[in-house]
Design a protein around this ligand. Structure first.
Ligand SMILES: C[S@@+](CC[C@H](N)C(=O)[O-])C[C@H]1O[C@@H](n2cnc3c(N)ncnc32)[C@H](O)[C@@H]1O
Length: 227
């Protein structure tokens, strides 16, 4: 996607063009990014704990916003690639993580969950915090997360919620049927998926199936005895 796309994309859930915190842009965009960076700390910590990035891993963050989780994932010793459709957020997240961008440990791009533009089977883990309702196509986004993960890689998709959602997040919690729809989309792409209720967030968790050993594949392909 161009860094200067004019027409705002629509959300699969709300079926209206994205505005405000959903796609920070224009003069308010930087302020919205700054506010998210200040206010979402607990959720980033909880999402980071579910992600559990390890040194040397390659992590993709979808919808990184101001880049707070990017910063924490880098601090865990992982390499981070990110996609977010907002050029303002790309600029802000690159500034926040300037040293890692300079060193080539962070690559923060303009792109979307549905079209990352990244190669197949590349990442150990993919994480998305507070943006799954903003994707324009839920099922295409889940298929894309699955495609870019290596076999055995993990996906963590979170939204505001859990046992103690932040006060300001209480009016944007997702209804149970919507959460079920997101889990169903993830299950369709990954085979299995589970819903996790945390403290400040709800998370949809899945793994890409591990690669089968060569022997197992060959064994299945072997023709049966002549009948
Ligand atoms: C509410 S902000 C959350 C940002 C950050 N993850 C956080 O928790 O602070 C939503 C972000 O999702 C991004 N976004 C909107 N549509 C998207 C899409 N289709 N794919 C990926 N990110 C998207 C927006 O540009 C914005 O940065």
């Amino acid at each position: 996607m161009s860094e200067h796309t004019r027409e705002a994309p629509r959300s699969w859930l709300l079926d209206k063009p994205l505005t405000g915190f959903a796609l920070p842009s224009g003069r308010l965009g930087s302020l919205q990014g700054w506010l998210m960076g200040r206010l979402n700390g607990d959720e980033q910590s909880e999402a980071g704990a579910l992600l559990a990035a390890r040194p040397g891993e390659h992590v993709l963050e979808v919808g990184y916003g101001p880049g707070v989780l990017v910063e924490r994932t880098l601090a865990a010793g992982a390499h981070v690639t990110g996609v977010d459709p907002s050029p303002q957020m790309a600029a802000q997240a690159r500034r926040r993580n300037a040293a890692a961008v300079e060193e080539g440990r962070a690559d923060l791009r303009v792109g979307t969950a549905e079209r990352t533009g990244l190669p197949d089977g590349t990442f150990d883990a993919v994480v998305s915090v507070n943006n799954v309702p903003m994707w324009s196509d839920l099922d295409a986004g889940m298929r894309e997360l699955h495609r870019v993960l290596r076999p055995g890689g993990r996906a963590v998709v979170t939204w505001h919620g859990g046992d103690r959602p932040r006060f300001v997040a209480r009016r944007i919690l997702l209804a149970d049927d919507v959460l079920e729809r997101i889990v169903a989309g993830m299950r369709a792409a990954f085979g299995t998926a589970e819903l996790h209720r945390g403290d400040r967030l709800v998370a949809m968790l899945a793994h890409r199936a591990p690669a089968e050993p060569d022997g197992a594949r060959a064994g299945r392909r072997r023709p049966g005895p002549p009948g």
